[in-house]
Design a protein around this ligand. Structure first.
Ligand SMILES: NC(=O)c1ccc[n+]([C@@H]2O[C@H](COP(=O)([O-])OP(=O)(O)OC[C@H]3O[C@@H](n4cnc5c(N)ncnc54)[C@H](OP(=O)(O)O)[C@@H]3O)[C@@H](O)[C@H]2O)c1
Length: 273
């Protein structure tokens, strides 16, 4: 029975991973959330499907992740085949600043806060998650190739950034670019083991939980224009979580040991939208 852990599965892409993976009753799927109170859809899935289990852990809390790993081990006999590091911090304030806006406005403390908040969850949080589940992954790797998939972002890609002149959201983009190196470090550390580490971008996906503000619409249009410069054939539409996760699961199924350390998209290549 292949086992999957998905972090940050209260909503958006994480919830969709749990939904699609648990549709196959051969799988056992653990949805990890930081706040059980905000995970009603996931809790409903747990009620409806015997192969879904909901656990609580904030990815910035290593001890909580260890406790979650212990709970998974009890149900799987000490193994885990797939870890999907999906949780990520999304800034609500200052998300449309460029890298020099903070200094321009004299907001040096805000710069540090945004950098650290993004780094803590999106970069160190993934290291914590991998380390917490590593004993289970290693145990499973004796019998099968285990896969550790970390959700990155095309806007953490240097070439895309330069080509399309995407200058917004520096803290998030930097945390995702650093995440790609985290994945490369684990890939090299465990290059001789039966493990595949991949940084996977889900594409541009509409996971909004409320209506966009006028500023959101304006910035989205500017962002779309930048992306169009890099991808003239792109239709300008965000993917649904359903479509993105379906494509990502196809990529996850295909990646093998020769791919370890790669940073790829939902298309399995460097096409980010
Ligand atoms: N959507 C896109 O277009 C897009 C594009 C590129 C990359 N990505 C990446 O894809 C992944 C999923 O994106 P999404 O759009 O589904 O994000 P989302 O809708 O913002 O959901 C983020 C999830 O992460 C959880 N989370 C946040 N901080 C956490 C923490 N410290 N510990 C545990 N869980 C935490 C949230 O929990 P709460 O409900 O408690 O807040 C939520 O479940 C992220 O890694 C994101 O960076 C998304």
């Amino acid at each position: 029975m292949p086992s999957y852990v998905v972090t940050g599965s209260s909503r958006g892409i994480g919830l969709q991973f749990v939904r699609q993976l648990s549709a196959n009753t051969d799988n056992i799927v653990f949805g990890v959330v930081r706040n059980l109170g905000g995970a009603s859809e996931l809790k409903k899935l747990e009620t409806d499907r015997a192969n879904v289990h909901v656990l609580q852990a904030d990815v910035t809390d290593y001890q909580a992740l260890k406790a979650a790993a212990d709970q998974v081990a009890q149900l799987t006999g000490g193994t885990l085949e797939y870890l999907i590091n999906n949780a990520a911090y999304q800034q609500t304030e200052r998300k449309y600043y460029t890298i020099d806006t903070y200094a321009e406005k004299g907001e040096i403390e805000e710069l540090k806060k945004d950098m650290l908040d993004n780094f803590n969850a999106n970069t160190i949080g993934v290291i914590h998650s991998i380390d917490a589940f590593l004993p289970l992954l290693k145990a499973a790797s004796a019998k099968a190739t285990v896969k550790i998939i970390s959700l990155s972002s095309g806007i953490g890609d240097l070439d895309l950034t330069l080509e399309s002149r995407l200058d917004l959201g520096p803290a998030y983009c930097i945390s995702k670019a650093a995440l790609n190196m985290v994945v490369a470090k684990y890939a090299t550390r465990f290059a001789d083991d039966n493990m595949v580490f991949v940084a996977l971008s889900p594409g541009l996906v509409n996971t909004a939980t409320g209506p966009p503000t006028p500023e959101d619409i304006e910035q989205y249009q500017a962002f779309g224009k930048s992306l169009k410069a890099a991808y003239p054939d792109w239709d300008g539409q965000a993917l649904t979580p359903e479509a993105s996760v379906r494509l990502q699961l196809g990529v996850i199924e295909k990646v093998e040991r020769k791919d370890t350390g790669a940073f790829i998209s939902h298309w399995g290549n460097k096409q980010w939208v």
